[in-house]
Design a protein around this ligand. Structure first.
Ligand code: PLP
Length: 430
């Protein structure tokens, strides 16, 4: 086949916006062809500039400014463009970036060994790889339903598991569920009560309980370990599987590699995503017991996907595990400074902040009202700090700094938040 080879001296046309005219044109394209409301929000937060280049905790904008990134959907846990991950990705790109799917894929095999050794060796021994977190959720739910023959699951009030159909079924977000409710199957969302699982089991059988040990999108709420253990015991006693969704809170974001394993829940699957690809590549995983994985033993093609086990993503995953295993103390130091800064804000603004909480590199500011958090998030963006909002808890602002964050960057971030809180306070008093 005759293919036209692009001129290597010319940069690729799809690169970042490099001059202000590009930016205007690209915002117009986004508004016309992407989701218009999201494009408008991007324009406000970036004050008309676009993201252009990133390094560690900093993102450079197209207008020459830079911002600190404590958001990014909790993905860049190691900072943007960590060298070790970039090197691994480049090596995979230069060797075997696309799997034949008919021959064995060394990257996926190696990562499955490393991941099962790291999480719960000897118990969680099987891995299914996806790209997005919801891929891992879909896989785990499908395996549990197939294995038990029971098309019903339990999930938790405030829980978020993604927006593809199966994942959305487990997600407790009435607004997003409503338009497709009839398609979402048999899911009961449990209140945070110790006997909730036992009561549900007495009413009707279920295939699995799916739970986030720390609810991310639901407002950065930490479920008590004894509640999680009780629910897990009751689900197992009812013959159901326990799926721990650690897509946001796992891999040391909240301290442990796996919170559900550390809490003694004996999960049948732990789900990972977001930073699993080193903050560079899309990668998710359902790390499962032999028992939960049985439908794939009976039919190896029961659940497959074209890009499952993608070599470049798995190469990035191997590098991410290197980073997770080599420097836990960096995570601890960042977490301690984050907790201290949050405590200081709580003391200074008791009239607008109803709570601050922190686990590892997951910090939460809970405002008295949703408009206050909204104002603080927009104001922080304008002043050079990106933080995360919560989909179903709009009064909450999440701070998700990378482990690579420096002391100075954390100080800058808290200076900005201090100014934002002051602005919110003044507006509230008036
Ligand atoms: C706990 C949890 N589970 C699942 C998901 C879905 O992941 P994704 O958006 O990558 O499909 C998310 C995303 O925010 C999440 O926080």
């Amino acid at each position: 086949m005759n293919m036209t080879v692009p001129d290597p001296a010319k940069p690729a046309a799809a690169g970042p916006a490099s001059d202000p005219r590009d930016t205007v044109e690209l915002f117009a394209a986004a508004a016309a062809h992407l989701v218009e409301g999201v494009a408008a929000r991007h324009r406000v937060i970036g004050s008309g500039a676009m993201e252009q280049r990133a390094e560690g905790a900093r993102v450079q904008l197209s207008n020459g400014r830079s911002v600190l990134d404590f958001g990014s959907y909790a993905v860049p846990l190691f900072g943007h463009r960590p060298q070790h991950v970039l090197d691994a990705v480049r090596e995979a790109l230069d060797t075997m970036p696309t799997s034949t799917k008919l021959l064995a894929n060394p990257y996926a095999a190696r990562l499955s060994r490393r991941l099962t050794d790291a999480i719960d060796p000897g118990r969680l021994t099987r891995v299914w790889f996806g790209l997005n977190g919801s891929d891992a959720v879909e896989a785990a739910l499908k395996l549990a339903i197939a294995r038990t023959g029971t098309p019903a699951i339990l999930a938790v009030e405030g829980g978020f598991h993604g927006k593809s159909m199966g994942a959305l079924a487990a997600t407790h977000d009435a607004q997003r569920r409503a338009p497709v409710l009839g398609f979402l199957g048999d899911v009961r969302h449990l209140p945070w009560e110790p006997d909730a699982v036992a009561r549900a089991a007495a009413e009707a059988p279920f295939a699995a309980l799916i739970v986030e040990p720390v609810q991310g999108e639901g407002g950065g709420r930490f479920l008590p370990p004894q509640l999680l253990r009780r629910w897990s015991d009751d689900a197992h006693a009812a013959g159901a599987f326990v799926i721990a969704d650690e897509i946001q809170c796992g891999l040391r974001r909240c301290g442990a590699m796996s919170l559900s394993v550390a809490h003694g829940m004996q999960p049948d699957a732990v789900l990972f995503g977001k930073p699993l690809g080193g903050g560079v590549m899309p990668l998710s995983a359902a790390v499962c017991t032999e028992e939960l994985f049985a439908p794939l033993r009976d039919d190896p093609f029961f659940h497959t996907a074209t890009f499952s086990g993608h070599p470049v993503s798995c190469a990035a995953g191997l590098a991410a595990l290197d980073l997770l295993e080599s420097g836990p103390e960096r995570f601890d130091a960042g977490g301690a400074a984050l907790a201290q800064g949050l405590g200081a804000l709580a003391k200074k603004y008791p009239d607008i902040l109803v709570d601050t909480r922190c686990a590892g590199l997951f910090g939460v500011l809970e405002f008295a009202a949703a408009e206050q958090a909204g104002l603080a998030i927009l104001e922080a963006g304008r002043r050079g700090l990106l933080v995360a909002q919560c989909l179903t808890a709009p009064a909450v602002l999440r701070m998700l700094p990378p482990a690579a964050v420096t002391e100075e960057q954390l100080e800058q971030a808290f200076d900005i938040l201090d100014t934002c809180c002051l602005k919110v306070q003044r507006r509230t008093v008036r």
